[in-house]
Design a protein around this ligand. Sequence first.
Ligand SMILES: *[C@@H]1O[C@H](CO)[C@@H](O)[C@H](O)[C@H]1NC(C)=O
Ligand SMILES: *[C@@H]1O[C@H](CO)[C@@H](O)[C@H](O)[C@H]1NC(C)=O
Ligand SMILES: *[C@@H]1O[C@H](CO)[C@@H](O)[C@H](O)[C@H]1NC(C)=O
Ligand SMILES: *[C@@H]1O[C@H](CO)[C@@H](O)[C@H](O)[C@H]1NC(C)=O
Length: 262
Amino acid sequence: MALPLQYLLLVLLLPALLFLPMAMADSCSDCFVQSRAAYYPNSDQEGTETGACEYGAYGATLNGGDVSAASNLYRNGVGCGACYQVRCTNSDLCSTDGVTIVITDSGSSDNTDFILSQHAFAKMGQTPDAGASLLALGAVGIEYRRVPCSYPQKNITIKIDNSSNFPYYLAFQIWYQQGDKDITAVQLCETVNLTCKLLDRSHGAVWAVVSPPTGPLSVRMLLSGNDDDDDDDETWVVPTNTIPQNWTAGAIYDSGVQVSNS
Ligand SMILES: *[C@@H]1O[C@H](CO)[C@@H](O)[C@H](O)[C@H]1NC(C)=O
Ligand SMILES: *[C@@H]1O[C@H](CO)[C@@H](O)[C@H](O)[C@H]1NC(C)=O
Ligand SMILES: *[C@@H]1O[C@H](CO)[C@@H](O)[C@H](O)[C@H]1NC(C)=O
Ligand SMILES: *[C@@H]1O[C@H](CO)[C@@H](O)[C@H](O)[C@H]1NC(C)=O
């Protein structure tokens, strides 16, 4: 029996019709979201050493001082280190590229998603004069989107937190992670017997463990895409280098690996 033409067309077209909204949603992961931004009133040209991510001096100089506090996007510290393109919407003053910032702090003011460093805020202007006019406005309408972080010539770096106390308590941060994924889990693996311990995010960008394993330690990082409906978008990154068994508070160790930023 021959199928009616309409039925055949429906069968052929149905998958396309079903997948069309998904495809559109996917292509919109690059879309800008409308919001507002302010700036730190008493910040100088640098970022901030005292942000909630607890980056210390790294947070002041990171990305040339183009850093920001985030409100919802802070996500209890998961957002620490994430990069966003932020551009203001006043066409007389604002450039089309805006500025790329790194989240180093938590905070909100006046319905804003971002509180930028002054350096970053002024950079949204077409010219230095336009930047000064933006600063005079205080808070402005912006649009933003997540973008990959880029740290050419840098490997992912483990900074042992000053609060660490060898060998009883190990706290550390993960610096210079490229790309647009979040670190959602960290395993600390002792490399002799290969026993691993799943760590907790202590606060901000700090991961911590009481009674860490002894011996050389490998910090394995789970990178997750910000795409909620894509379960496959998770990768464990295994560093080439280990943290030496005699690690010390304040020390900085090169992981020997970097992730692609595209
Ligand atoms: C950690 O300690 C070093 C040296 O003692 C100091 O220079 C640095 O400011 C401290 N960092 C933080 C975040 O307290
Ligand atoms: C590895 O396991 C052996 C046997 O259980 C133990 O004696 C040794 O201390 C362990 N090494 C490390 C680095 O944990
Ligand atoms: C750690 O151990 C290595 C050799 O295993 C040594 O070269 C280094 O000086 C030690 N560092 C500290 C801070 O004790
Ligand atoms: C990154 O790690 C590799 C080893 O995996 C090393 O050869 C390279 O020098 C490191 N790069 C930097 C900038 O430290």
